[in-house]
Design a binder for this molecule. Structure first.
Ligand SMILES: NC(=O)c1ccc[n+]([C@@H]2O[C@H](COP(=O)([O-])OP(=O)(O)OC[C@H]3O[C@@H](n4cnc5c(N)ncnc54)[C@H](OP(=O)(O)O)[C@@H]3O)[C@@H](O)[C@H]2O)c1
Length: 245
């Protein structure tokens, strides 16, 4: 049994707690300063013997949480998004602490397979100049960051292979968009768990690829399987490293 501490007990923390019952893991601690019944801070005592921490909190709190977990020498799975600009700082923390960390903008197996489909589609469509490309993502109203980390990852994948696109444009565009910009729009409404569409548009037709999460179960299962995988490992891994392994 892998002993797990959940850092952040919101939507994802609760879903992981639920899904954990079907896997060889034990949730030994739930840490969230704002949720009733949870430990309030990350300490050796509150980790309660956990082997691995799973972090789903907030873009503003994630790096400090990682710092504290590094100091307590636990391996960690990070699901929180919105900290790309601090990647180097976090990699240094992990390497200095000599722990193992795995992170991903989307921890569902399905989305990671979708990444591969989109990479292949970009390679195919890049040979045909008449096709323009766009992205669209929809999430529930409570989501803290925009665009989603998954949208940024999809843009990265597309820009790698599309020879006519050089940058992603996420915000409202008060002008004509330039040919070399990939427009990726975000909608926040209701309860949508997460939908990402990539479109290829020509004068004759539109081809759309869509990943639509039905609920958060796939994300929770991915996080828990990543936690089992990271036990005993050292270094800074992506969820794609885990899928390939
Ligand atoms: N990688 C993926 O596959 C994936 C999937 C889903 C979500 N996400 C990302 O994961 C993060 C969490 O998502 P969620 O839907 O679970 O959000 P959520 O429902 O808002 O849950 C986050 C919880 O963390 C709490 N929190 C605030 N500060 C904290 C701290 N210092 N330490 C521990 N917990 C703290 C929040 O309390 P308050 O609300 O009171 O501040 C809340 O209870 C977001 O960044 C989201 O975009 C990633």
């Amino acid at each position: 049994m892998v002993k797990i501490a959940l850092i952040g007990y919101g939507n994802m923390g609760k879903m992981i707690n639920e899904v954990s019952k079907s896997l060889p893991v034990e949730i030994v601690s739930r840490i969230d300063p704002n949720q009733e019944g949870c430990e309030k801070s990350i300490t050796e005592a509150s980790l309660n013997g956990a082997d691995v921490c799973i972090e789903f909190s907030h873009p503003e709190t994630v790096v400090e949480n990682i710092r504290q977990i590094c100091a307590l020498k636990r391996n960690i799975v990070v699901g929180t998004t919105g900290w790309n600009d601090k990647t180097d700082e976090v990699r240094n923390l992990v390497n200095q602490a000599n722990i193992g960390m795995i992170h991903g903008s989307n921890l569902s197996i399905g989305m990671n397979l979708f990444y591969e489909v989109v990479a292949k589609a970009a390679e195919v469509f890049s040979k045909y100049d008449e096709y323009d490309v766009y992205g669209l993502e929809l999430h529930h109203r409570q989501k803290a960051d925009s665009p989603s980390g998954t949208a940024k990852e999809l843009s990265k994948i597309l820009l790698k292979d599309l020879k006519n696109k050089t940058t992603a444009q996420y915000d409202k565009v008060d002008r004509k968009i330039s040919n070399e910009e990939l427009h990726f729009a975000s909608i926040r409404a209701g309860y949508i768990p997460g939908t990402h569409t990539i479109g290829f548009d020509s004068p004759a037709d539109t081809i759309e690829l869509t990943h639509r999460a039905r609920n958060r179960t796939g994300l929770a299962l991915g996080a828990l399987n990543a936690a089992i995988w990271i036990v005993g490992k050292k270094g800074f891994y992506t969820f794609q490293d885990f899928i390939r392994a």
